[in-house]
Design a binder for this molecule. Structure first.
Ligand SMILES: Nc1ncnc2c1ncn2[C@@H]1O[C@H](COP(=O)(O)OP(=O)(O)OP(=O)(O)O)[C@@H](O)[C@H]1O
Length: 243
C-alpha cells in the first residue's frame, strides 16, 4: 500500500474582516505531491485562505499545519514558493535583477543563482527578455516572472494564486506541463483558480463558496457524485451557482 503524507492541513479555519466572515470553519487536507485546486467565484475567500496557509495572515479561529509545522512560522518561508495574485515586482529593475533580488533573500548567489536564473527563465520562456525593465513587460510576462520568482529557491510547496491569469493558451499549456513535472519531482502545489478547465487538471479540488467548502474530491469524484459531466455543472449542483 502506498503511504500518503499530508502536506497542508487546514482545520476549522475562520477569518473575519469587521463583521464579514470571509472564511467560515474551513477544513481541508492537501497531500504531499499533488496538485490541489481551490475553485470558487471572485470574493469567495480563496486568496484569504492561501495567505493564511502561507503564514502571511493569521486566522481568527482554527489552525493550519504545513509540512508538520504550525503556521505562521517564519522559517517555513524558505520551503514555500508563493505567487501572489498581484505581481510584487520592481518595475524599474530588469527581470534578471528582480530574480537576483528575491533569490538573495533565500541566500542564493554565485553559480547556484546563475543556474537557477537560467532554469526558471527558460521554464517561463523569458530567457530573451531578462534584461528588459519590468515596467515594459506585458501583464502575462509579469505573471510568468512572478512564477519564476516563486520557483527560484526550489521550494517543496508551491502556492499559486491564479497563476495563469493573462497568460495565452499555448504558454498556459507549457506552464501546466511544468507544474506536472514539478509534481512528479514530489513538489506539492496548491493553486486557486476560477477557470473550470484548469480545475479539471488538478488531482483534487475544494469548491469554495462564501467562505465555506461546498464540496471536495477529485474532478471525477465531484462530477460523478453530482451526476454531472462538466466541472461547471458540478459546481452549480453543489450550490455554487449564482444566487
Ligand atoms: N484585508 C481585508 N480587509 C477587508 N476585507 C477583505 C480583506 N481581504 C479580503 N477581504 C474581503 O474578503 C472577501 C474574500 O476575498 P478574497 O480575496 O479572499 O476572495 P477570492 O476568492 O480570492 O476572490 P478573487 O477570485 O476575486 O481573487 C472579499 O469580500 C474581500 O472584499
Amino acid at each position: 500500500m502506498v503511504s500518503v503524507h499530508t502536506c497542508i492541513e487546514a482545520n476549522r479555519v475562520t477569518r473575519k474582516f469587521g463583521r464579514q466572515t470571509v472564511l467560515d470553519n474551513i477544513s481541508l487536507t492537501v497531500r504531499q505531491g499533488e496538485i490541489f485546486g481551490l475553485l470558487g467565484p471572485s470574493g469567495s475567500g480563496k486568496t484569504t485562505l492561501v495567505k493564511i496557509i502561507t503564514g502571511l495572515d493569521v486566522p481568527d479561529g482554527g489552525e493550519v499545519t504545513l509540512l508538520g509545522e504550525r503556521m505562521p512560522k517564519l522559517s517555513m518561508l524558505s520551503r514555500i514558493g508563493y505567487m501572489a495574485q498581484s505581481d510584487a515586482l520592481y518595475g524599474e529593475l530588469s527581470a534578471q535583477e528582480n530574480l537576483a533580488f528575491f533569490a538573495s533573500l533565500y541566500g542564493l548567489r554565485g553559480a547556484g543563482l546563475k543556474r537557477r536564473m537560467e532554469e526558471t527563465a527558460e521554464l517561463v520562456k523569458l530567457t530573451g527578455d531578462l534584461k528588459k525593465p519590468v515596467h515594459l513587460y506585458s501583464g502575462g510576462m509579469k505573471r510568468r516572472l512572478s512564477l519564476a520568482v516563486a520557483l527560484m529557491h526550489e521550494p517543496e510547496v508551491l502556492v499559486l494564486d491564479e497563476p495563469t491569469v493573462g497568460i495565452d493558451p499555448v504558454l498556459r499549456k507549457s506552464i501546466w506541463n511544468e507544474l506536472e513535472s514539478l509534481r512528479r519531482g514530489g513538489v506539492t502545489i496548491l493553486m486557486t483558480t476560477h477557470v473550470m478547465d484548469e480545475a479539471e487538471k488538478c488531482d483534487r479540488l475544494a469548491m469554495i463558496r462564501d467562505g465555506s467548502v461546498i464540496a471536495s474530491g477529485s474532478p471525477i469524484e465531484l462530477k460523478s457524485s453530482s451526476g454531472t459531466s462538466t466541472m461547471e455543472d458540478a459546481f452549480v449542483a453543489f450550490g455554487g451557482g449564482a444566487r
